[in-house]
Ligand binder design. Structure first.
Ligand code: GLU
Length: 372
């Protein structure tokens, strides 16, 4: 089972607040974080792409602001996050840079992963950062996220991020070592090392988030597992308490793995071709058809005509000059801009539009060829 982590290419690691902050002092647990970063460095050295979703802003900030213990009001937790996020990012930066990594802070709101245009931006920024060798450290933008528009918990945020960036592995580091058939302190409660499918029985095992058995959070972890595994990532719930928790998982420490239901690639292609309504048509010449068939992106130069009214990131149908549908994809340009740059080479885009957009009209990652 250890190979699940070792064989992954793109890994999202989620860290819960309880791991990062010391219960007694409320201070950031540097020794622990340093050990975690050592784990990350080792995985990076193996060629794995790593990103971290970290909680802890609110728990660090509430101490700094001397807020009373107990449940915070929304505006108090937003204020706490504003203060705590600085310390959190600072600690990551300091420790990551000691290992030679640039630390990139990304604060997301729900729309960034749910709304297609923003999703494409966030995805592309994270991809660029990974390409440049930085380690993205992601949290919810708690200061501006109000109740209706927030993820609320970083388990689901991490799962959305994993599927947004087509990660093939998500590890939720928590204070429990996985899912049990019943509250772990009860006799007969059995630990589940593998979950092939999230059935209603599995959901029932997660109990209630507010359970008195301190299994709080298992419900959101199962919800996260659903999102991640449908997006093509396998997910682990593992005990993050010991130092070097990722190494421990690799070495066989007890945890629960949820099997992925597809590959990130297949899941994204299914999303593009199946779930999105096409809002326009892009007609392309024979040269562009050949490029697409060869697995390349669609460049503006090969576009003959643009029909419909669509925005950036909307789904469009791609047709050949004879009018046959050959692909579906997400357009990197809104229809009015697409009309202006059609037939032109990519280096003319800036002059034509007044801004330097993407070189591709539809990037190959956003393109699904129709089966002949
Ligand atoms: N975004 C919150 C924070 O950084 C944490 C949310 C969670 O614990 O799931 O404090």
């Amino acid at each position: 089972m250890s190979t699940h982590l070792e064989s992954a290419q793109r890994v999202v690691v989620k860290i819960g607040s309880a791991l990062l902050t010391d219960d007694e002092t409320g201070k950031l647990n540097r020794t622990w974080l340093q050990a975690l970063v050592e784990d990350v460095a080792r995985m990076r050295a193996r060629g794995q792409e790593m990103m971290i979703v970290s909680s802890g802003a609110i728990s660090l900030g509430r101490r700094a602001l001397k807020l009373a213990p107990g449940k915070l009001k929304l505006e108090e937790s937003q204020a706490a996050a504003a203060v705590g996020q600085i310390g959190l990012a600072h600690a990551f930066q300091e420790i990551l840079s000691a290992y030679g990594f640039s630390c990139a802070q990304i604060l997301l709101t729900l729309e960034d992963t749910e709304e297609r245009r923003r999703y494409l931006n966030a995805r592309s920024t994270i991809n660029t950062l990974l390409k440049l060798g930085a380690v993205p450290v992601i949290n919810e933008n708690d200061t501006v996220a109000t109740t209706e528009i927030r993820y609320g918990d970083n388990d689901r945020l991490a799962a959305r991020v994993a599927s947004m960036v087509s990660a093939d592995c998500l590890v939720l580091l928590s204070d429990v070592d996985g899912l049990y058939t019943a509250p772990p302190h009860l006799p007969g409660a059995k630990h589940l090392p593998e979950v092939a499918e999230i059935t209603p029985e599995i959901e029932a095992m997660a109990g209630d988030a507010a359970s008195i058995y301190s299994r709080g959070g298992m419900k959101t972890k199962i919800a996260a597992a659903r999102i991640a595994t449908e997006g093509g990532a396998r997910m682990a719930i593992a005990n993050g308490r010991p130092l070097h928790p990722l190494k421990a998982v690799e070495e066989g420490a007890r945890c629960t793995w949820f099997a992925a239901h597809s590959t990130p690639f297949a899941s994204r292609k299914r999303w593009i071709s199946g779930s999105l309504k096409s809002l326009g048509t892009i007609t392309i010449d024979a040269g562009a058809v050949k490029a697409l068939m060869g697995g390349r992106s669609l460049l503006p130069a090969g576009v003959i005509a643009v029909e419909g009214d669509f925005g950036r990131g909307d789904a469009v149908t791609v047709r050949n000059a004879e009018g046959n549908e050959i692909a579906r994809g997400l357009s990197a340009y809104a229809s009015e801009d697409a009309r202006i740059i059609k037939g032109h080479s990519s280096h003319e885009i800036e002059e034509l539009l007044g801004y330097s957009g993407r070189a591709e009209m539809i990037h190959r990652d956003d393109l699904v060829l129709k089966k002949p």
